[in-house]
Design a binder for this molecule. Structure first.
Ligand code: FBP
Length: 544
């Protein structure tokens, strides 16, 4: 395969590891843990993996290990650094015993169920070190939750002599990893399951997990693009750019990009919900900023929109909750797509039906029908940026007639998501991911199951990072999914009393009025540390 100059040079990069992982390790165990919510239910559902302690690795005595094999799965959306988790795990497993083998299951969890796998050889691994993407083995969104899937899995794990399976995924995939760990522990199958926190969305974080991998690189990639647009915008001075950013429910990506680029407007879904704003309130807020700038002769600007915004408008959230319940009924499930729409309309409560009918048909259809295998609304398919700009245009027209607005409103629309998910990992993600994978091999060697690999203190230099494991049950609570209460990892949304949002809130009035754009430029891999090794602004503010 032909390679770019960057790819060739970058292949030689040696990711950094925390001090504790540079030699043999010993596990220091903390106190028994509890889940973040619904302790009694979670304990009952996970009798074998509940309450385990948080562990931290420190320097230990050398040990010898009989050969063993490990399996790996990439689950869900791509995130920069996935290949480095695999290379860290590969090197870690080989360092325990060079005869150990690593098998990759192809195209996500489905590869385990369908017995679709490949051995990751040293030559293959070297082709993918420090590269973006998940293409070494591919990823998929098959949901691992049925006993027959677990049983099919154990057949192939036994056949390949696999003693531990590492699942790289977001909150839903790690929830499933925990269910699988519990099942294999209950059956005494002798296969450990370890999770790894992945997702560009940044919503798999808590007191134990500082950030999910990929968030750093994805946000830096989007910020480069937003910065470029802002330069263009400030050069031509004739467009308002409406930029939707991936991130599913949480607004972490939009907020981080706002902190990096200082756009005129950034919406934060969590605030829209907390203030119980209607769609019209959101539109009025944007239109007012447009009108204020127009009054000073500035008919241009940038608006960042988190992709999950629409789900957080309280009236629409209520509608989605009822749609989910209606769609989960057996009657609805047996219908075709267009019949489902009629069924939904016939069963919605009056107030929800009014909201449903008020939405453009395409948006209403997407809210009613398109779900991913985990039951999430596929917000990346909803063109919120166009919906909002059209509604703002209509409001400005009305204000113009009323003499409240003088100006021109030309628009451009963008959606940044896929552009950043497979970018070559930043130095931060390259090191963080390699450490997460290497650390997973130490959790396996220590016999752990139902744990997530964690690396902490990541705003410090890598040698001072802290490596260890957190029981996945500790992050769980009960939530309604597909009409039923299920144990799930609690999603981390933007905290309105957290440092990143508070900083943004203290600055946004100034950014809305003035042209205070910052142009972050492309990710740099070589050069001064303040250019190459900076963490996200979110992490910096959270750690201050
Ligand atoms: P994960 O949560 O699986 O990491 O996926 C994140 C994400 O990129 C979201 O930001 C986005 O809404 C979704 O995946 C898009 O899904 P798909 O890749 O299936 O189009």
């Amino acid at each position: 395969m032909e390679k770019s100059a960057l790819q060739i040079a970058r292949a030689a990069y040696k990711p950094k590891l925390p001090k504790a992982l540079l030699g043999p390790v010993a596990a220091r165990e903390g106190k028994p843990t509890q889940s973040v919510g619904d302790q009694d239910e979670i304990k009952k559902l996970f009798p074998n993996t509940y309450g385990m302690p948080v562990i931290e690795f420190e320097a230990g005595e050398p040990q010898t290990y009989a050969p063993f094999n490990v399996g790996i799965i990439l689950s869900g959306g791509q995130a920069p650094g996935g290949h480095n988790v695999i290379s860290g795990l590969f090197d870690g497993v080989k360092s325990l015993n060079p005869a150990n083998k690593l098998y990759g299951f192809i195209l996500g969890p489905g590869g385990l169920v369908d017995h679709n796998y490949m051995e990751i050889t040293p030559e293959l691994m070297d082709e993918y070190r420090n590269t973006g993407g998940f293409d070494i083995i591919g990823s998929g969104r098959t949901k691992l939750e049925e006993e027959d899937q677990f049983e099919k899995g154990i057949q192939i794990l036994r056949q390949l002599g696999i003693k531990a399976l590492v699942i790289i995924g977001g909150d839903d995939s790690n929830t499933n990893a925990c269910v699988l760990a519990e099942y294999y522990a209950a059956k005494k199958y002798g296969v450990q399951v370890i999770g790894c926190p992945k997702t560009i969305d940044g919503d798999l974080k808590n007191e134990q997990i500082e950030t999910s991998f990929g968030f750093d690189t994805a946000c830096k990639t989007y910020s480069e693009l937003i910065g470029n647009i802002q330069r263009d915008c400030n050069s031509a001075r004739k467009y308002w750019h409406f930029i939707k950013l991936m991130g599913r429910s949480a607004s972490h990506i939009a907020l981080e990009c706002a902190l990096q680029c200082q756009p005129n407007i950034c919406l934060v879904s969590e605030e829209v919900e907390a203030k119980a704003m209607s769609l019209d309130d959101v539109v009025t807020y944007i239109a007012q900023a447009v009108a204020n700038r127009a009054a000073e002769g500035n008919n241009y600007g940038t608006v960042l929109i988190p992709e999950g915004l629409i789900e957080f408008v309280p009236a629409i959230k209520k509608l989605i909750a009822e749609l989910n319940d209606i769609l989960a009924t057996p009657e609805a499930q047996n219908l075709g797509r267009s019949e489902q729409i009629d069924f939904v309309k016939a069963h919605l409560a009056k107030d929800n039906l009014a909201v449903f009918n008020s939405l453009p048909t395409s948006v209403a259809r997407q809210l009613a029908l398109d779900r991913d295998p985990h039951g999430n609304v596929q917000v990346s398919l909803i063109e919120t940026e166009k919906l909002l700009s059209q509604m703002v245009a209509a409001k400005l027209d009305q204000w113009k007639k009323e003499g409240k607005y003088v100006g021109k409103f030309g628009t451009q629309h963008h959606f940044f998501g896929y552009e950043g998910r497979c970018a070559a990992p930043s130095n931060y993600d390259a090191d963080y991911c390699y450490s997460l994978g290497y650390n997973a091999s130490r959790l396996i060697a220590n016999g752990k199951t139902g744990y997530m690999s964690v690396i902490k203190n990541t705003t410090a230099p890598a040698t001072d990072w802290v490596a260890g494991g957190v029981p996945i049950t500790m992050m769980m609570n009960m939530e309604k999914r597909n009409g039923k209460m299920k144990p799930v990892i609690r999603k981390a949304l933007v905290e309105l009393d957290g440092a990143p949002f508070k900083y943004f809130a203290s600055k946004r009035a100034e950014w809305a009025k003035q042209t205070a754009y910052v142009y972050p430029g492309p990710i740099q891999y070589w050069g001064p540390s303040e250019v190459c090794d900076q963490t996200t602004k979110t992490l910096q503010l959270e750690h201050k």
